[in-house]
Design a protein around this ligand. Structure first.
Ligand code: 6LW
Length: 527
């Protein structure tokens, strides 16, 4: 029997929304403050997945300049109807404390690769918006709603409102259709119609170790919705032995032959707590009871680390090349920037052909104009390296290799200038927003020529290395560092992304000094 190994999308890929179009499956996942917005993966067998598109590529669709960490694109919803893809998404500007500010939008496209439309503004009443296409042709926006009157626990249920395609706006009354169960914090809704029932699936319990997904149903879209008497459908609650923790928020899909699957988020903790890879996407086979409720096919509420594959021909894709030589004119799909697009004002593959040039801008703690390009860490065992041409003239010129969670937590091995030593290497680390220089004094290096920088991650440890053109062997630099602070679970406030590795460049003087990267190699290792 063929099995699917979880997670199917390793590394930070949270809040999966799945849709089938004919024989093709697509999953859209959240991207938060990373640009471009929303990642879509494609599969033909639910087992093998490849990245296919990121719809939000322009600031007219998504401008996250100034957005707080873990704001931006939360839980998107991807659907397909009459030859058109519909993507509903939130841009969360601010969400800590009593002040909530999230805006919901719709974009559409004739094909998954685009072109994706300009956005239609929908509402700002809550987050996790999704779209339901009813059989009568009407479309309904479904989202969790904040109760702005009620302080710290402002989750007030799931609302629906009609979306008029003709008028391109929401019309008619807002109706609260479901207040959730005693697990509380009901969010992430998706509605499905099956055998005359409207099924409402919603996430509950907050997106950490208490997370869960609950099903409810009604004969009418407008309710009343009855909760599955055996809820939740899935949760890792109270079972720390499970490989996949935090199981919850997800969505349902069927195969052409009528087999059902639930894709959901989950985290794999290090030391029983720290999910440095963020919340990843897993899949479980689902069966329906005679009474018409969905159940995990293996017969419990707990996520399994593998699930039975559907009866579909296997369809593997070419694996991604570990080394990116930056020879193309556009960045590969694995690369991301912070909050705004990687445009030619700071990021170029053509100003020095064959190299990625980053014009230095603000610090790694800026929520506005960072020159940083990074990719997800997708394995607990990996290495990454780059070759850098950079001639700093001032201590506020920096460029190098970064391991980045957010502005509060990152590690930076970089080349900079020291008044007495000239060109030096330095390691900066920020833990929970507190900044420290790990390497004091900085290490003097060759004053000319390329510098090679490397990192190796083994579970919760990070080692850094360098060499120059004259020395073929890597030299270790700095102490062994812990990666645990670069996780969802290590900050005082809940946060949602995961660890990235990449390249960055700063020039606080405003003159945009260039740093040139010849390649970036990311390799996964056996344990
Ligand atoms: C997601 C929502 C949630 O939109 O976390 O805690 C958000 N709740 O469902 C980020 O994944």
């Amino acid at each position: 029997m063929s099995m699917i190994q979880n997670p199917i999308l390793p590394g930070f890929h949270a809040d999966p929304s799945i849709v089938r179009v004919g024989e093709d499956f697509y999953i859209a996942t959240s991207t938060f403050e990373w640009f471009p917005g929303v990642r879509i993966h494609h599969s033909k067998d639910l087992k093998n997945w490849r990245f296919v598109s990121s719809p939000l590529t322009r600031t007219s669709q998504l401008d996250m300049k100034g957005n707080m960490n873990s704001g931006g694109v939360w839980a998107p919803c991807l659907t397909h109807h009459n030859g058109t893809f519909y993507l509903i998404y939130t841009d969360v500007k601010q969400w800590h404390g009593a002040y909530k500010d999230a805006h919901n939008y719709l974009v559409t496209a004739p094909a998954i690769e685009g072109p994706w439309s300009e956005p239609v503004y929908l509402n700002s009443s809550g987050f996790d918006p999704s779209l339901f296409h009813d059989e009568d042709g009407k479309k309904w926006l479904v989202n969790m709603i904040w109760d702005y009157r009620s302080g710290n626990h402002p989750f007030a249920g799931i609302i629906i409102q009609e979306f008029s395609e003709k008028e391109q706006k929401l019309i008619g009354p807002v109706q609260n259709i479901y207040e959730g169960t005693d697990i509380k914090l009901t969010e992430g809704p998706h509605i499905y119609k099956k055998d005359g029932w409207y099924y409402l699936l919603a996430a509950e319990g907050g997106t950490e170790y208490e997370h869960a997904e609950t099903a409810a149903r009604s004969r009418s879209l407008h309710g009343p919705y009855e909760t599955d008497p055996d809820y939740p459908l899935i949760s890792s609650r109270a079972n720390p032995a499970l490989t996949i923790q935090k199981a919850g928020h997800g969505s349902l899909v069927d195969t052409p032959a009528g087999e059902w699957y639930f894709v959901h988020l989950g985290g794999r903790p290090l030391q029983d707590k720290y999910c440095t890879l963020g919340r990843e996407t897993s899949i479980q086979k689902v069966e329906w009871t005679e009474g018409g409720w969905p159940r995990l096919a293996h017969g419990s509420h707990f996520p399994h680390a593998e699930t039975k594959a559907p009866d579909l021909p296997e369809h593997p894709f070419e694996p991604e090349e570990p080394k990116d030589d930056f020879d193309a004119e556009e960045l590969r799909g694995c690369w991301n920037s912070l909050r705004v697009p990687a445009d030619s004002s700071w990021c170029s593959l053509t100003d020095r052909p064959g190299w990625l040039r980053l014009y230095g801008r603000e610090s790694l703690s800026s929520v506005h104009h960072q020159s940083l390009i990074a990719r997800r860490q997708t394995s607990f065992y990996c290495s990454f390296e780059t070759k850098l041409d950079y001639e700093p003239e001032f201590f506020q010129h920096k460029a190098g290799l970064v391991v980045y969670y957010d502005t509060e937590d990152h590690v930076y091995l970089h080349v900079t200038h020291h008044e007495l030593k000239g060109r030096v290497l330095q390691i900066l680390r920020t833990v929970n927003g507190a900044y420290e220089e790990i390497l004091l004094p900085p290490v003097r290096i060759a004053q000319q020529g390329s510098i090679f920088l490397r990192g190796e991650i083994h579970e919760d440890t990070l080692h850094l290395f360098y060499r120059d053109e004259e020395t073929p062997q890597w030299q270790k630099i700095g102490p062994e560092l812990s990666t645990l602070h670069m996780s969802d679970d290590s900050a005082p406030e809940v946060r949602f992304t995961g660890t990235f590795v990449g390249m960055a460049s700063q020039d606080y003087s405003g003159t945009k000094k260039a740093a040139d990267f010849d390649y970036f190699m990311y390799e996964e290792k056996e344990r």
